[in-house]
Structures are given as C-alpha cells and as structure tokens.
Design a protein around this ligand. Structure first.
Ligand SMILES: [Mg+2]
Length: 257
C-alpha cells in the first residue's frame, strides 16, 4: 500500500527519533555546533575568508544531524579538509582534536539548554496519546546523552514504553546512525520485529539507518516551512514524508490525535 512501506497493515510499534521529531531541540544542537565549529574555523583559518562559517541549516543536516558528537565533528571537519587527530573522550573543549571540538559542542549545548531550554512539538503529545489508545507502543531514540532527561522534562516520558539514548549506546557499545543499532535495540525492547515496526525520523542518517535495519515502514518528518528536506528524505529511502506527527498517525493508523 502506498505510504505503508512493505507492510500490508499498520505497524505494531513505533520507534521515533527524538531531536527534531518529538523535541524542538534540533535548533539548539545546530546552534551549539555552530559555536564549536566557527571557533575552529576562525583559529584554523586566521586570515578569514578562506573558510565560510558553519551553515547551521544545510551543513547541520548533511554532516551532524542524528550522528554522535564525535562522528558529527569528524564528518564536518573532514568535509572542510581540516584533519585533526582523534584525541580522546576526556579532551577539554577546543580545536586541537576531534574530541576537543565535540567537547566544545557539548559545553555550548549545555549552556544553551540552561538559558533557553527545550520543549516538545505541539503535535508530539496528542500523537503519542493516540497511538497509546490504539494499542501501539512507542519508543524514543536519540544519539544524545541528554535525551532521557529532556524527554522527561518535556512531559513525554509517560507516553513512551521505551527510551534508548546516548547513555545506553555508550554502555552497550552500540554504533551511532547511520548504523541501525539504536533502532534495533528500541524495537527489541518494544517486543516487536523490525519488519512490523515503523521508524519516524527527520535526519538523513536516521532514514538510512532505518532502511538498513529492515524496518517495515520508514517515515520522514519534514517540519521545514517550505518542505525543503522532503525530497532528500525520500531519496534516502523514506516510504512517506509528513509535515507533523498528527498527519502521520492519521494517515498510517487512521487515528485522530
Ligand atoms: Mg533528529
């Protein structure tokens, strides 16, 4: 059926990405990356003009959205032909190593959270509640170590059967997206198989991960005003792209949030 991937009936469970799907936090991550990357571009290109600043929209989506901090930092720096040693996870924030850049992003993110905070998208709670009423269990997945605390603070934890975040990934040694390990872990904890489970993602790396994991339905969420990422999400393998979770629940499960 069009819009239902390989499934003949609606999925039994749903694994939802957190940043940009449930929580309006992608913009905070992007702003934190900009602080960390622009500081390095300034240092490594002292004459300026040789390296344009980090594009918190296009480059955020292409290189860091959905990825772990280290992988995101490495991908962007490599794309700008900046080759730093990996360093180590205890490196102080700075521009000397990839881990140092990742640490600067983390510091900036925590600072922004303290000053601005993060909220759930308006459609997240009613969509999760409608799925709960329909007997469809939901999981939230994130590469961020902050996700569980942010989901609780946003008041969504009670509507989620499972949360898998960066803390779990580190503890269990799970690879980040585009590897499907986080999604597969969430589906297993929901008690379903990937073929009968949907993944909801806003990042290209996340859509790729869901495809690789063999999920029965891969739904892209494009919340941009002009639907700029819809075509890219489809190219990456999304079965359908929706502007919000209310539309998704109505079109796939026939529920009215
Ligand atoms: Mg996301």
């Amino acid at each position: 059926m069009k819009g239902r991937g390989s499934l003949s009936r609606p999925p039994d469970g749903v694994v939802l990405d957190t940043d940009g799907v449930l929580l309006d936090s992608a913009v905070v991550h992007a702003a934190a990356w900009k602080i960390a990357f622009d500081a390095c571009l300034d240092q490594l290109a002292p004459d300026s003009g040789t390296q344009p600043p980090f594009d918190a929209d296009a480059e955020y989506r292409r290189f860091v959205d959905g990825r772990s901090r280290y992988d995101g930092a490495a991908a962007f720096l490599t794309a700008r032909s900046i080759h730093l040693p990996p360093g180590d996870p205890h490196d102080a924030p700075g521009c000397g190593t990839v881990w140092g850049v990742a640490a600067h992003k983390e510091q900036a993110f925590v600072d922004l959270l303290r000053t601005k905070g993060v909220t759930a998208f308006a459609d997240a709670r009613p969509a999760l509640a409608a799925l709960r009423t329909a007997g469809v269990p939901c999981a939230a997945v994130s590469a961020s170590r902050h996700a569980r605390a942010l989901i609780r603070a946003a008041g969504l934890a009670g509507l989620l059967a499972v949360i898998v975040d960066g803390e779990d990934a580190a503890r269990l040694g799970l690879a980040g997206k585009p590897d499907p390990a986080l999604f597969l872990r969430a589906a297993a904890l929901l008690g379903g198989c990937p073929q009968e489970t949907a993944v909801v993602e806003d990042a290209l790396a996340g859509v790729e991960a869901a495809r690789r994991g063999g999920f029965g339905l891969v739904a892209g969420v494009d919340r941009t005003p002009l639907r700029r990422t819809a075509a890219l999400l489809r190219e990456q393998g999304a079965d359908l792209v929706v502007p919000d979770l209310t539309t998704l629940v109505r079109s796939v499960w026939g529920e009215r949030p």
